[in-house]
Ligand binder design. Sequence first.
Ligand code: ADP
Ligand code: MG
Length: 683
Amino acid sequence: AYTNGRNKKPRRNFGMPNGVGVAGSSKLQNLKEQRRQLPIAKGREALIEEIRRHDVAVLLGETGSGKTTQVPQYLLESGIAGAGMIAVTQPRRVAATSLAARVAAEQDTSLGQLVGYSVRFDELAGPDTRIKYMTDGMLVRELLSDPLLTRYSVIIVDEAHERTLRTDLLITKLKTILKERNTPSDGKGKASESAGNPLKVIIMSATLDAEKFSQFYDSCKILYVKGRQHPVKIYHTAVGQPDYLDAALRTFFQIHVDQPPGDVLIFLPGQEDIESLDKSIRLYANRLPAENMGVVICPMFAALPPAQQAKIFQSTPPNTRKCILATNIAETSITIPGIKYVIDTGKHKEKRHIARDTGSGFDALLTRDITKSSAMQRAGRAGREGKGYCFRLYTEEAFDTMPVSSEPEIRRTSLTSAALQLKCLGEDIEDLDFLDRPDLESIHSALKMLWFLGAIDNTKRLTDAGRKMAALPLEPNLACAVLESVKNGCTHEVIDIVSVLSSTSKLFFDISDERENAFEARRKFRHPSGDHMTIVNTFRSYQDIAATESKAARKEWCRKQYVNERTLLEALKIRDQLRATCDKMGIDWRTTAHDDEKPVTKSLFRGLVLHSALLQPDGTTFKQVYGRSVIKIHPSSSLADKKIPAIIYDELVYTNHIYARGVSAVPKAFLSEMSNQIKDQIN
Ligand code: ADP
Ligand code: MG
């Protein structure tokens, strides 16, 4: 049921296949050959020359042309980087770690030596590291200890078109850092210290936003890399497809059964959709007659463990078709070779801060329609190595009405942690020069949150507590809970909890069909005070098992309790980092309240104060204490359907109703104590 769509015009047709999969000692030779064949390699010398000549440049090029992997190596090999390091920022951690691994292989060194990475709670870099792939958030964090980023001689802001909040912050800060570091010394003050250590900044982007970046940096030079793009034939559905998972499933099998070999890339909004489609494709693939090609399914999303990510780059065994199920991470951040067919659901997940007039808004992760530029990027993934096909699960009219590009994150997300970090740099978010200015409403909401947490005082000045919160690699509200736990003597438990909450995935699998089984299985962990102490119990039980049992037994234990082991493993890593940070800050993380939950919920309550709500007379809904939203307890919570007079929660999710997730009961006395404290703060 597809209408014949427009053809994508071929831009260039080198027709050179990308070398793949030669094993053994020739592996390095093969990598070298692959490097030479990348579109960017042709312009290597010219590119190096341009970068040598300019302090700032915008580099624009098609996905897969070699920008992210090659430019840092060119700069290192040509000596432009001098003695300093080259930072390459990425919006996503998976991209940072997998790109670092690839470039380390191309440089024939082990990861963490010449080439390293740094993402929150995980770093693999050392004294020899010269090229560092890192998340944009990590570089923002480094500003706190090194405001001029003096360790770096080149900073590459990659995927700038994604316009994440951290990328926008960097773009703003780099403008002033460039001035400080590259202005010849006038003999007084700081400039002389930093002179002789000039900085180069390269903004890299996959789409046509180059003009805007260039203008921001006083009309700096724009450089182009030509890609290698084969024609992609695009089909739209004749009618809208409300059930995009079902439509994707059917389209995949139409391709698989009728079309010649070639791998398939399916774009889906998020992890849940990927896991569910993975299951159904497996189910149907097993029922196909044996003469059909086999199917290898590779999921790809931000929270995927590194070992599994590597699977997407492996070549497929003979007579099998690879099917990659990916979020928009595969749009530009990661280029997967061998794709001939793209199925585009037209959806992605977007974090949006729902601001409320009272200032206590919340972040919601919503499934939304993509933009035109995303749709074009997605289609382009099919034409890397030859003629390709893109099946859009939406109509041509729907495509025509899509906005050209998405709204920058700074205009739709919570600014609390950004505002705090800027405060630590002595700057006010409301005064800075951004590519796009944030809304006044969300600035107010952020400042209000910081004030509630005690991070800033009545005159909007940073407090000691605020500085400590910023030093902890946590969201300010969780950092606040950790600081409060010091007073209440339960840092051990609170760090356990915030480690789990800071993981990329949830602790408990929540499959609606199996909710009852899961509820039973987890009964032994359940704490009457709610989900936070339940986390502590689960985490403790897991560690007991982990200390004595085999890996397989641990896995089995997790499966039986519907617990995500990946979350626990990540939480253990996070906890190590948090404990190390506490040691540096002189916080004793060993203090424990043993089995008393009061000090723990009290500490959490301090950080989650704006996430508190009171039971309404109807006995089922709650009203926010410092906001106007009426909410319900999420069915996945251990407190679901319970009549609790006062609660705190981790987050709100918005479906047919506003639900609170991660809920604990708090004594009403906490609330009145808090409001007295707040009155004191005002007076
Ligand atoms: P760009 O940044 O211009 O989109 P990249 O430098 O990311 O391009 O990628 C260049 C090429 O390197 C791509 O063709 C991709 O297939 C290959 N590549 C990148 N990372 C990996 C990896 N981890 N494994 C195998 N190939 C990779
Ligand atoms: Mg790239």
